[in-house]
Design a protein around this ligand. Sequence first.
Ligand SMILES: Nc1nc2c(ncn2[C@@H]2O[C@H](COP(=O)(O)OP(=O)(O)OP(=O)(O)O)[C@@H](O)[C@H]2O)c(=O)[nH]1
Ligand SMILES: [Mg+2]
Length: 322
Amino acid sequence: MIRDSNLEELVSKFQEKDRLALARIITIVENEPERGKEIFDALYKNTGKAYIVGITGSPGSGKSTLISRLAQEMRSRGKTVGIISIDPSSPFSGGAFLGDRVRMREIVSDPEIFIRSVASRGMSGGLSKATYDIATVFDAYGKDYIIIETVGAGQAEVDVIKIADTIVCVFMPGAGDSIQAQKAGIIEIGDILVVNKADLNGDKLALQLEMALDSYTRQTGWRPPVLTTIAIDGVGIKELLEAIEEHRKHIELAGLLEERRRDHIERKIKEIVESLIQEHVYKQLNEDKGIEKLVEKVYSREENLYSAADKLLKPIIKKFVG
Ligand SMILES: Nc1nc2c(ncn2[C@@H]2O[C@H](COP(=O)(O)OP(=O)(O)OP(=O)(O)O)[C@@H](O)[C@H]2O)c(=O)[nH]1
Ligand SMILES: [Mg+2]
């Protein structure tokens, strides 16, 4: 099926669980859409098995620390993990992934935990596509869990986290407790709410979150639990994984997991079609020499903007469909 013999070799190495092949394939799907397509032709049928956990929350709330602990907990149960960290600030975020360098070394040295960061700066449109593609590769590789970290600010990031099966929202005690609790948007998407840094007294915030949940009814029959953790000490991590598993069971039994995943697939197909059309249109517009004539016609009021746009669009669509 794969025409490129180098690619074929790479895919077979990937299927033998070669970590370097995994890294290379991720780089290809990120940067070379044509070859990426061939890779998905070969690998997509093996996906849909991984469970995706999204972790979101304000900067510095302890998401990365929590994820490193959670990944260790998953590993201690014999599961493999792929982590996608969406870093809003730096395109070179490899080293910035975990607040605590010692722990980072611990995690990175485990061959069954694979971390990839994606810089979100300047790629609002493609961010969710890139994340979904990397998650798909992890899934095909056979990762049991995929964890996605995002700061959850802005629509692009919220879109990203929506590909998760279970969404965990992380809060921290301190200034603005009630403001955090009132962030209706966050409470709406969270399946599990975590008050991290409980060593700094998280009781008040946990209570406020519970109260915010009281005033909010869900159709899904699931009330998000509010957990407290001390990620730096590994306190509450086991309970977090248990809550994730419980949520998973709930949505599986209720048929909601299937529904969620079908929705994601529909949204992704539409997004891809949209971006293909956009790409084609941009390309044609840039190549089209007719625009100058149209500008003149509009300038002299022979045409108006809309009729000119129509004239430009028709041949582009014809070319696209044909
Ligand atoms: N006191 C306390 N500090 C914590 C806890 N968990 C994490 N931290 C510290 O909080 C700081 C931020 O932790 P990170 O894990 O990098 O937080 P983050 O949410 O991933 O941060 P960004 O990715 O930059 O948004 C680090 O200095 C951590 O050591 C905790 O439970 N208690
Ligand atoms: Mg982080």
